[in-house]
Design a protein around this ligand. Structure first.
Ligand code: SAH
Length: 216
């Protein structure tokens, strides 16, 4: 099958999973997932499943990327922070739906790999940063939206602090070896409203930038 047909099938899968937001669907259609997965898995790039990438991490399932994008209520004037660049796929999809994306990753090779793909695809509104995403990115705070793509038992306090008034953060909450709950947090008059959305499974959020020699 050609890439075009694979993409059409993926969009049909997303619709079947209840993704109806046309902006989200067209952002997903516009990003070639095969660029973000390892060479050996290219033939599976358009399957609606999570796939392994380097350093024992995973690129999220397309349905989950689309659900998070929908839950974030995105718009083209917004500034978004993503935690966990990984392959860069999620950041690329989000970059089609907001004005500017900042994305933080703790593995340097992943930052470099994602940056190369962003520039290859002409996605110029994404800045990838090596850092500990649990601390957010204060030079650019506050953020209208925050998308956390790794799980922790609690939302990191610094991320909540860096969320703008009226802002939305979406994050998988729960321990590493259990099903987690995708949570939505809204900041309203400095109060945080929480809302559970879905059951999900993400790799854990790990503190600090990885040592250059660290394999996972
Ligand atoms: N959004 C990614 C999915 C990545 S999986 C994609 O589309 O491919 C989660 C990523 O979060 C991994 O790459 C992992 O290294 C990263 N991560 C985990 N803890 C982190 C932290 N404290 N700061 C930044 N990145 C972190």
């Amino acid at each position: 099958m050609t890439t075009v047909l694979h993409k059409v099938r993926l969009i049909m899968d997303l619709r079947r999973d209840g993704i109806t937001d046309t902006k989200v669907l067209s952002a997903m259609e516009g990003i070639p997932r095969e660029k973000f997965v390892p060479a050996a898995l290219k033939s599976r790039a358009y399957e609606n499943t999570a796939l392994p990438i380097s350093f024992n991490q995973t690129v999220s399932q397309p349905t989950v990327v689309a659900r998070m994008a929908t839950a974030l209520e995105l718009g083209d004037r917004l500034k978004l922070l993503e935690i966990g660049t990984g392959s860069g796929y999620n950041a690329a999809v989000l970059s089609r739906l907001v004005r500017r994306v900042y994305t933080i990753e703790r593995f340097r090779p992943m930052v470099l790999g994602a940056e190369a793909i962003f520039s290859d695809l002409g996605l110029h509104n994404i800045t990838a940063i090596l850092g500990d995403g649990m601390r957010g990115w204060s030079p650019q705070a506050p953020f209208d939206r925050i998308c956390v793509t790794a799980a922790a038992p609690e939302p990191p306090a610094q991320l909540i602090d860096q969320l703008a008034e009226g802002g939305i953060m979406v994050m998988p909450v729960g321990g590493p070896h259990q099903v987690q709950t995708l949570m939505r947090y809204r900041k309203r008059e400095s109060r945080i409203l929480e809302e559970p959305l879905d059951q999900v499974r993400f790799v854990p959020l790990i503190a600090d930038v990885a040592e250059e020699t660290q394999a996972s």
